[in-house]
Design a protein around this ligand. Sequence first.
Ligand code: SF4
Ligand code: SF4
Length: 290
Amino acid sequence: MRIAVASGKGGTGKTLIATSLALTAGNGAGRTTLLDADVEAPNAALFVQPSFTTTRVVEQMMPVVDEDACLHCGRCAEVCQYHAIAAVPERTLVFQELCHGCGSCALACPANAICEVPRAIGYLEAGEAKGMAFAHGMLNVSEAMATPVIRALKDYALEAGWEDGLVIIDCPPGTSCPAIEALQGADMALLVTEPTLFGLHDLRLAVQVARDVLGLPTAVVINKVTGDDAGVESYCRQEGLPVLMQLPMRREIAAAYATGCPLIRAFPEWHGVMRELLQGVQHLARVGQP
Ligand code: SF4
Ligand code: SF4
């Protein structure tokens, strides 16, 4: 079973919930895996302190143009949907940060002037953490393509046989390609939000992606609850989205987070609540959206 913990915006407490869920599940029977797919800022490792046994470089194929063979016909630029290659009269230029490695330009080139070479864009680290399997992806500094690193992370989990147990994925925030890649193939999406106007706005977008586009059973955790609500609870009621947990805005929680102390270690009294949350998400993943 794959549980994707996601959020429409950063800073909602998604990693706090993902790590607490994983540690709660890790105390039970069966294998638990935590995958940190927030590859631009992976920080779940700070909370679960893994020991890594495997490191793997993630590469993407990039086109290289042989200027001696190039006819400067512009066909490669015509087929590139990402504007990552430009043919000007004297040269054909590749913009590596924009390239998705799709290979279309090489296929379309009438002069066989384009070959593809691998280029490292990030890496994976995998091992064990507190009785769980753990892996995270890391996008290299200045690289823009997070999606291939997330895909490689999911492929690694599959190859390692981790998919047989419970897999909790800490997704990247937002609703763009990296978040979609992390959510795809999950059995349910747990969206973490906060009761503010920004939180509500981004929750709507996340629900559109997770439930309406990807068709995942979707539930919500509201974090930083103060008593003032900009409409998150009524939105969830209208949309039939179960709110499985509310976490209060408390200075001590923020302080524990800032020191890398998992929620259920800092506040053992939350153990029961986290267990109920885990049961709630597992139930929803099995039966689908109510
Ligand atoms: S398609 Fe091939 S020949 Fe034409 S501009 Fe691109 S690299 Fe040069
Ligand atoms: S590999 Fe694909 S994305 Fe990259 S330059 Fe060629 S056509 Fe564009």
